[in-house]
Design a protein around this ligand. Structure first.
Ligand SMILES: *Cc1c(COP(=O)(O)O)cnc(C)c1O
Length: 382
């Protein structure tokens, strides 16, 4: 059966399974060997070559989910993105990146690129004109993130991919926030898709991993750098990730449905002044989001009214946890001004629209009525 014909949950459940020929068990065996025979075999297997049986097979699931020929699984989202960047950028090259980017990616670019002699420009905003304006003669890659963190802006994937193609520049996207369930950027012409698998792929807040999906040709180039940088994942974790990904479709769809309900409810709440969620008709890029996303995702942000202390509010929550990370089946919240954007000055935060009242909400699979009650109880106490 052709893999591309399989539906989401079938891919999640079955693609990339390893058949247990010996005992006929129903799940993939874990192969922990870091040492494999070298003669009379086509593949020289070694964990840092990303080709142990579990690594190789799980990458098939990621490729099927992202509609690509090939994929690689990494030890973290940062291992995935740094290896991808270093595979396509060398001394004298230039990267165009979206201004609203995951903090770790920003740090990697600012702290490491100068050591390699790689140049970069952060766009002024997230519109295609901003990307075009940032392109230089030596630009080799354009990297986007949509929906963005924490204000859930939407970048036009098709327009940026087309811009790249017209100038012979590769394009890549961080697809972590939407996950493959809600967005498949390859269908809109992007060349490479990366994920922090620590988030929705893992989904239970107990795994650190990453992934890149692309054509076989691009993945080979990334592999050539990856084997030198050594950001591979242990097979134990690869196996846990496979187990988690069987329910990726179920989890993320349930979370997405909950997020839509919570966004609508918060939007009408008298103690909430603003909600940022691409699924709301009031979101400035709602139509664009609808055209490139299958669901609007399970991440949203909202602002409490000025008289309320957002930190005290989160301290009063009983069910919803405060957490630096996101995308688990349990709902979590954080204050960007105290965490991801704490190093920016008040002025800089004001400029990008991150107020002290802003709360980022990663919606889980709990019953919506319990989440609403938790929020109302906390708001009543402060
Ligand atoms: C968490 C995250 C990353 C980094 O992934 P790690 O697994 O923490 O290395 C990259 N991009 C986005 C959008 C993330 O949320």
């Amino acid at each position: 059966m052709s893999k591309s014909k399989l539906g989401l949950n079938t891919i999640c459940t079955h693609v990339g399974e390893i058949k247990d020929e010996q005992f006929k068990g129903s799940v993939s065996p874990i192969y922990l060997s870091s040492s494999y025979e070298f003669f009379d075999i086509d593949v020289k297997r070694y964990p840092r070559y990303f080709n142990t049986p579990n690594q190789e097979y799980l990458s098939k699931k990621v490729a099927a989910l992202e509609h690509t020929e090939s994929a690689m699984i990494f030890g973290s989202g940062m291992a995935a993105i740094s290896t991808m960047f270093l595979a396509f950028l060398q001394k004298g090259d230039h990267l165009v990146v979206q201004n609203t980017l995951y903090g770790g990616t920003v740090n990697f670019i600012k702290e490491e690129f100068p050591k390699y002699g790689i140049e970069y420009t952060f766009t002024n905003s997230y519109k295609v004109e901003d990307f075009e304006a940032a392109i230089q003669k030596n630009t080799k890659l354009i990297h986007i993130e949509t929906p963005s963190n924490p204000l859930l802006t939407i970048t036009d994937i098709k327009a940026v991919a087309k811009l790249g193609k017209s100038k012979n520049i590769l394009t890549s996207i961080d697809n972590t926030f939407a996950s493959s369930v809600n967005q498949n950027p390859i269908d809109f012409g992007v060349d490479m898709v990366m994920h922090s698998a620590t988030k929705y792929f893992g989904g239970h807040s107990d795994i650190c991993a990453g992934a890149v999906a692309s054509s076989a040709e691009h993945i080979e180039r990334i592999w050539n750098v990856g084997k030198n940088l050594g950001g591979s994942l242990s097979d134990m974790t690869v196996w846990m990730l496979e187990r988690s990904m069987k329910t990726l479709g179920l989890r993320v769809k349930a979370q997405t449905k909950n997020a839509m309900k919570m966004a609508k409810w918060l939007n009408k709440h008298p103690k909430v002044s603003k909600v940022y969620y691409p699924g709301l008709k009031s979101h400035p890029e709602h139509k664009l989001a609808k055209s490139q996303m299958k669901g609007f995702g399970a991440m949203l942000s909202f602002e409490l009214t000025d008289d309320l202390d957002s930190k005290r509010f989160q301290e009063e929550l009983k069910l919803i946890k405060s957490s630096m990370s996101l995308a688990g089946i349990e709902s979590t919240m954080l204050s960007p001004h105290l965490t991801s954007h704490a190093l920016l000055s008040q002025d800089e935060r004001d400029r990008v629209g991150i107020s002290d009242q802003l709360i980022r909400f990663s919606v889980g699979i709990e019953e919506v009525k319990d989440l609403k009650r938790d929020i109302n109880n906390a708001l009543d106490k402060i």
